[in-house]
Design a protein around this ligand. Structure first.
Ligand code: C5P
Length: 222
């Protein structure tokens, strides 16, 4: 697909889950596979973009000619995004960032005590990475994701405004869609536009998403 907008354009993408360590053998994670973010990276590269992909812990091959940075925790992802956002024209935050991390992770394996019948973990809020980028004066065009099991569009619109994003991709998860699945169904929302994509593979969703960003950006500049 010929996409003049993406030719030579710098694109930063975050993908996958984050893992928040409890101790050297345990962590809090989520079901994100990273496939959507990796599909966007692959398609954008094919359209001519210079892609940097910040990946949480996933088992996916690096797309051809994509610069990949591996991270594990939300704090590490935040540091990598902070180091790279300013060199990019567009930031797509497809990662499923953990909302909370352990207040303290244990240096040694946590042992259960004889007779212990419960365990309380103290969690602290992680930084909201995409909202942080959107608040910078030298911010790129910022695209978020909203993966929800219900009221998807309503929640997505609220996040678009609350996080001051330029665009959000509403993502119905569960059943045969979204996390850990091959197929996806995104609805693309900006302040002025709304586009419902038909259910298709993550590669096809990625192409449509990149075309939509190009349209938005071209119309802003026109
Ligand atoms: O608030 P919620 O997690 O539902 O918002 C999803 C969007 O925010 C996604 O684009 C995700 O990558 C981003 N996010 C983030 N940092 C967080 C939480 C979410 O960048 N700590």
């Amino acid at each position: 697909i010929s996409q003049p907008y993406w030719q030579g354009q710098r694109l930063l993408i975050s993908a996958g889950p984050t893992f928040e360590d409890l101790d050297p053998v345990r962590f809090l994670g989520n079901r994100s596979s990273g496939k959507m973010g990796f599909a966007i990276a692959e398609q954008a590269q094919k359209m001519g973009a210079k892609v940097t992909l910040i990946a949480g812990p996933v088992t996916l091959a690096t797309p051809f000619n994509v610069h990949r940075i591996d991270v594990r925790s939300a704090q590490q992802m935040f540091a990598a995004v902070q180091a790279h956002y300013a060199q990019n024209a567009v930031f797509i935050s497809a990662a499923a960032v953990a909302d909370f991390a352990l207040a303290q992770s244990s240096q040694h394996k946590i042992k259960k005590q004889p007779g212990q019948d419960g365990l309380t973990l103290q969690l602290v809020k992680n930084p909201d990475i995409v909202a942080w980028v959107a608040a910078q004066s030298d911010k790129p065009f910022v695209v978020g994701f909203a993966a929800e099991t219900q009221n998807v569009l309503e929640y997505a619109r609220a996040k678009l405004h609350a996080k001051k994003l330029d665009m959000i991709c509403a993502n119905q998860v569960g059943e045969n869609l979204g996390f850990e699945r091959e197929q996806n169904q995104l609805t693309l929302l900006s302040a002025q536009h709304e586009k419902i994509l038909p259910t298709s593979t993550k590669s096809e969703q990625a192409q449509q998403l990149l075309a939509f960003i190009a349209e938005q950006q071209t119309s802003i500049k026109a």
